[in-house]
Design a protein around this ligand. Sequence first.
Ligand SMILES: NC(=O)c1ccc[n+]([C@@H]2O[C@H](COP(=O)([O-])OP(=O)(O)OC[C@H]3O[C@@H](n4cnc5c(N)ncnc54)[C@H](OP(=O)(O)O)[C@@H]3O)[C@@H](O)[C@H]2O)c1
Length: 371
Amino acid sequence: MPIAITGATGLLGTRLLEILAERHDSVILLSRPGGIPARERIVRYLRASGRPEEAIAAIAARLRTVVVELERPMLGLTQQRFRALADELDEIWHCAASIDLNSDPQRLHLTNTVGTRRIIELAEAGARRPMLHHVSSIGVAGRKPVGRIYEADLDDSYGFTTRYEESKFQAEVAVREWSARTGRPAVVHRPSVLVTDQRPHPHLPTHPLLTGMQLTRKLVNTLAMTGESRERLVVRIPGDPHALINMLPVEEAARLMVEVADRPPVSRVDTYHIVHPRDVQVSLIADVFEELFEDVLPITWRFVPSAPQQPAPWESMVYQTMGTFMPFMSYRRRFDDLGLRHLGLTGDFTPPVDRDYLMRTFGSERYTLTA
Ligand SMILES: NC(=O)c1ccc[n+]([C@@H]2O[C@H](COP(=O)([O-])OP(=O)(O)OC[C@H]3O[C@@H](n4cnc5c(N)ncnc54)[C@H](OP(=O)(O)O)[C@@H]3O)[C@@H](O)[C@H]2O)c1
C-alpha cells in the first residue's frame, strides 16, 4: 500500500524520500500548489546529488503527487478525494513545516500547527489506520538553557526562543492529544540542527547553517563596502564559548528515522531525539567562520557574558542580522538520545560533525564571497 509524505522537497524530506522510495512501491507526495511540480523537483534533486539516471527513473516511477493545501480542512480536497486518499495509506510521514525562524508568527502557526492538525485528520480518517510519523524538532524544549533534556519531556514552562519552536511544540501537543483521545499510535522524531556537507547547488534545498553563513557573507560584503575592512574587526557575541549546539548530517537523520520506523512500537507515542551523540561547541563554529573570512575581512568573534552597552557600528549590524540566532550562543543543554542508543543506532560510529566537516559544509561559500 502507498505511503504519503509531506515536505518531500525540503532538506530532510528529499533524503527521507530517497530511502522510503527504495522500501515502498508507491509514495504519494503531498505537495502544495504552484511552482515546479514536486516530482520534477525531486528528480532535479536526485540528479544534483549525482544519482545514476537508472536509479532516478526507478525512484520517480514510484512517486505520485497529490496537491494539497496543508492548512485547509480536508487538505483543500473534496470529501470524496480526501477519504479516498486517507483510505489507501498505511503510513504518513509529516515532514512539511515552515522553518524560517523570522517568519510571521501567523504563518508559522498555520503551516506548522494547523498543518499538523490537518495531517492528523487524514491519519484518523484512514480505514487502514495509517501510522503517523511526525517530524518535530528538539526546539520543542524551548528556552531551557542547561541540563539534560529527555525524550519524555514536553513542557512549555521555559518559554520559547522563537515562534517557530512554539509552533512545533503545539504541533507535537496536538499529536499526543490525538493519540491519547483515539488510542492511535504515532512516532515523533525530534531532529537537531540538520546540516550537510554536500556542495550547495540550485537544485539542493538549503540548510539553516548555510543560511547563517549567507547572512554573514552579506554582512561582510557590506562591511567591506563601507570601508570597515581596513583592519581586523572584533565582534563581541553575547554568549558562552562552551555553549553547545547539536548538529546532525541530514542524511544520517533520515537514515535514523527510517530505521526507527522499522522497529516495533514500544509505547503509544514513541519519541526519539534524532541527534548527534556529540555536541558542537559554538566556539568551533566561530573559529571556522574566522578562518573562512580571514582573507577577505579578518574578524575575531569574541564571546562576552552580556550584550555590550555601546556596540560598534559593525556589531550593531551583526546583532540586527543574526539576532534570532544569538540566544543559541548561550545554551549548555544536552539532548538525551536513549531511544536511539537503546536501538543501537547511534554511538562512536556516528560520522563526526567536527572542524573538517564544518569546513566542507561552508568551504564552497568562501570563494563566492564578493560575488
Ligand atoms: N532543518 C533543520 O535543521 C530542522 C531541525 C529540526 C527539525 N526540523 C523539522 O524537519 C522538517 C523538515 O524541515 P526541512 O529542514 O526539510 O525544511 P525545508 O527544507 O524548509 O522544507 C520544508 C518542506 O515543507 C514544505 N512546506 C513548507 N510550507 C508548506 C506549506 N504551507 N504547505 C505545504 N508544504 C509546505 C516545503 O515545500 P516547498 O518545497 O514547496 O517550499 C518543503 O518541502 C520540519 O518539520 C522541520 O520543523 C528541521
